[in-house]
Design a protein around this ligand. Structure first.
Ligand code: PMV
Ligand code: MG
Length: 380
């Protein structure tokens, strides 16, 4: 093994390999948390607000001679989710990180080939901070982050000089090819950093275009309904993230919602419309640095997700998440589940006031909700 000279984000390092200098390329991508707009954002053009958080996946790549290696600290202790399909035990391969890494490599190499680059061998190493020490997932978007970091590292390895939009698109294409559902909002948050207002692209358009045109052409076209705009937290506010300790599978939950929405179309359409109004008001709250307005829409979005849960019979706010939100509301602040729910994390947006924050964290501790102590990352 080579000795590393402490890699920094997106830095190329010279390392000494028995007298020879080799270039080690490293790239990072952050985890993410949904602030609001979940489930509605899966429909093309419907908005969500998503924050990236300061836990990262780091990918490093170095050239090798006639074969390559792939290493990840996630291949052991990898929790596999299973479900029943028509009553039959079924493993969900979409939770396998390796699938996302392979898809991201294939995507960048196809793009590089279409640019006339020559492909070569490399050793790739992946390190993820997005899971707890015993391998349980926090729900911070590790598959999206691993896709983005792999695309970033390999595009540097092939000297492709890509901007954020192109990195998002390549990671989104590869992520979509594995997961097959979802808004790709987690990919956007991991790529851009900070907080974003996001509307998801028309994934049917993407899939149909891929059948007709080269990847390179699709990546450089406008994607219908896609928008990604940066937002800032008001200065006087703080994002708190509490982990329930129980992992949930987003892809299974999104699938369950999509089965039952077809049967209750009218109510589902009302949910979409109301979610959009709520998110537009919340966006305005962020743009005006108006914490009470943001909090009002956090509570509204919580209500809307509860109504979606009733329409579809899918548990989004588990008992633990309900408890964690209620204690925050009892202190006069706003909280909701984050992301697909069913476990994972909840969030609260509160004034940056020690007394209020201490009260919330003490109340969370009493009900075994773990403060993840994460920060919003800077923009990439
Ligand atoms: O549970 P998470 O953090 O992976 O978020 C899922 C958010 C959904 O809107 C439910 C699905 C999606 O792909 O946007
Ligand atoms: Mg989740």
């Amino acid at each position: 093994m080579h000795e590393l000279l402490s890699p920094n984000q997106d830095q190329e390092l010279l390392i000494n390999n028995i007298g020879r200098f080799l270039i080690l390329i490293t790239a990072k991508a952050s985890g993410k948390l949904y602030i609001a707009g979940e489930y509605a954002v899966v429909e093309k053009g419907y908005p969500a607000i998503i924050s990236s958080v300061d836990k990262f996946v780091t990918v490093s790549v170095e050239a090798s001679e006639s074969e390559g290696t792939l290493n990840s600290n996630r291949f052991t202790d990898n929790m596999i989710h299973w479900n029943r399909e028509n009553g039959k035990f079924q493993i969900d391969t979409r939770d396998n990180q390796l699938e996302f890494i392979i898809a991201a490599i294939n995507c960048v190499e196809e793009y590089a080939l279409q640019l006339g680059k020559k492909l070569s061998y490399f050793n790739i190493n992946i390190e993820s901070e997005l899971d707890s020490d015993n391998g349980r997932k926090y729900g911070l978007g590790s598959s999206a982050a691993v896709s983005v970091a792999t695309v970033r590292a390999l595009s540097k390895f092939y000297k492709l000089d890509l901007n954020n939009k192109t990195i998002y698109k390549l990671a989104a294409l590869s992520h979509l090819s594995v997961q097959g559902n979802g808004s790709l909002g987690d990919v956007a948050a991991s790529t851009y950093g900070g907080i974003i207002y996001y509307t998801s692209p028309d994934r049917n358009w993407i899939i149909n275009s891929l059948k007709k045109e080269p990847l390179f052409t699709i990546v450089h076209q406008e994607w219908p309904n896609l928008s990604i705009e940066p937002l800032d937290m008001p200065n006087n506010s703080k994002l708190l993230i509490g982990w329930t300790g129980s992992p949930a599978s987003t892809s299974i939950l999104v699938e369950q919602i999509s089965y039952s929405k077809a049967q209750k179309l009218k109510l589902y359409e009302k949910f979409l419309k109301d979610s959009k109004i709520c998110l537009e008001r919340m966006q305005e709250g962020f743009l005006n640095a108006d914490l009470p307005a943001i909090q009002a829409q956090i509570s509204k979005n919580r209500e809307l997700l509860t109504s979606l849960s009733k329409i579809t019979n899918v548990v989004i706010e588990t008992e633990k998440l309900t408890e964690m939100c209620n204690v925050v509301e009892n202190i006069g602040q706003a909280a909701k589940s984050s992301g697909a729910g069913g476990g994972d994390c909840g969030i609260a947006i509160v004034p940056d006031n020690n007394e209020i924050i201490d009260n919330i964290l003490t109340a969370w501790k009493e009900i075994d909700v773990i403060d993840l102590k994460l920060n919003i990352t800077d923009r990439s």
